[in-house]
Design a protein around this ligand. Structure first.
Ligand SMILES: Cc1cc2nc3c(=O)[nH]c(=O)nc-3n(C[C@H](O)[C@H](O)[C@H](O)COP(=O)(O)O)c2cc1C
Length: 354
């Protein structure tokens, strides 16, 4: 970063960022296709070992010479077994469960990998790395992007040395990026993207990347007008042929099913399409990531294999019905053209009326 600018985002052709999507959808092919189309693309490293992350970085480099980013999950503390017992008993009555183990998602080894073999940007969700960790990645030459859902989290990220803030609105598909997942916060409305962008613009000079519920040029234009320098899109890429999205998930995205925030599948709040498992277990699911994620892994895998959408985590943002089935490069080109048209249209309307 230079003078509150992102060197990366100053250089991309279109203000579109591919969201990292761990758990299948993110592939080197998808990352390379979006990068080749002129956007900035991220590769998910969540749930992967450092060795698998290195292999995916190599595959992405083989497919594109463009810069790209790698995304990591910041580990939280283990959950006391007593907090999980009732929920595991509830699930265990009907399902074979996996070992509810704790791990750090190979955090130290992945950081070491990215320090030794840097990429253009390292982005984070579920927390903020320490100033020392950010310092090591900076020294290696990477920009640091931290996902935030509130002004308080943004302050922590700026203080630690983040170059770019990814502003994640409540509309977003997949896990909320909150630094700490607190049930006490469930009664407060999570901030929507436009509210968050305005609050962050007033609170910080750091470049903002807007994410959550953006699926059209008009949506991207709105985020840019509200102060973002680029828009990060996830769900809209899930049906691209280059994405590794499983068939059950792909098929479910086209239905007009409402989404909901839930801890039922992973023990961390995430937005997914409503299905039987989510509706049955959301009220009782505790905070317990990654233990609940590991406990439910076998039942989710079995449902995926059986083509049963009722026991799969169908992560999706609020605009999932707008997800097209298009090659990623074509989708980026179309979104970029629609964004420009939407900005021009808004401006011409304004001139007519005022
Ligand atoms: C299937 C899926 C997986 C995701 N995985 C990650 C991830 O690994 N890391 C991350 O920072 N965000 C992840 N997200 C959240 C995205 O970064 C982004 O905030 C979200 O997709 C934006 O909302 P949208 O889906 O409506 O575009 C994921 C989202 C989805 C839909």
């Amino acid at each position: 970063m230079r003078d509150n600018r992102s060197v990366i985002l100053d250089q991309v052709d279109v203000p579109i960022v591919l969201a990292p999507m761990a758990g299948g959808p993110s592939t080197p092919e998808l990352t390379a296709a979006v990068a080749e189309a002129g956007g900035f693309a991220q590769l998910a490293a969540g749930y992967l070992s450092a060795a698998d992350t290195a292999a995916r970085i190599a595959a992405t480099r083989a497919a594109t010479g463009k810069p790209f980013g790698v995304n990591l999950f910041v580990p939280g503390p283990p959950t006391p077994a007593a907090d999980l017992a009732d929920y595991l008993a509830e699930l265990g009555a009907d399902h074979t469960l996996g070992d509810p183990r704790y791990d750090t998602d190979d955090w130290d080894a992945k950081l070491a990998l990215l320090v030794a073999d840097p990429v253009a940007a390292v982005s984070f969700t579920f927390g903020c790395p320490s100033a020392a960790e950010i310092g090591r990645l900076h020294a290696a030459g990477s920009e640091i992007w931290v996902t935030v859902t509130s002004v308080d989290e943004a302050r922590v990220a700026v203080e630690a040395g983040a170059d770019v803030l990814i502003a994640q609105g409540a509309e977003a598909g997949g896990h909320r990026a909150t630094f700490v997942d607190r049930p006490a916060d469930d009664t407060a409305d999570p901030l929507g993207l436009l509210a968050l962008l305005q609050l962050l613009t007033a609170a910080t000079d750091r470049p903002l990347v807007a994410t959550g519920g953006l699926a059209t040029g008009a949506g991207i234009a709105a985020a840019l007008a509200a102060g973002a320098v680029a828009a990060q899109l996830g769900t809209v890429f899930l049906r691209c042929p280059e994405a590794g999205t499983n068939q059950v998930h792909r098929a479910a995205l086209t239905a007009d099913t409402p989404t909901m925030l839930t801890r039922a599948f992973t023990g961390r709040r995430a937005r997914g399409l409503r299905n039987r498992f989510l509706l049955r277990h959301s009220a009782t699911a505790p905070v317990g990531y990654p233990e609940i994620h590991y406990a439910t892994a076998p039942l989710r895998a079995a449902a995926r294999a059986a083509g049963n959408p009722d026991e799969v985590n169908l992560w999706a943002g609020q605009t999932h019905t707008l997800t097209p089935e298009l090659p990623a490069g074509e989708l980026v080109a179309q979104l970029a053209a629609d964004t420009k048209a939407a900005l021009e249209k808004a401006l011409s309307r304004r001139i007519q009326h005022y």
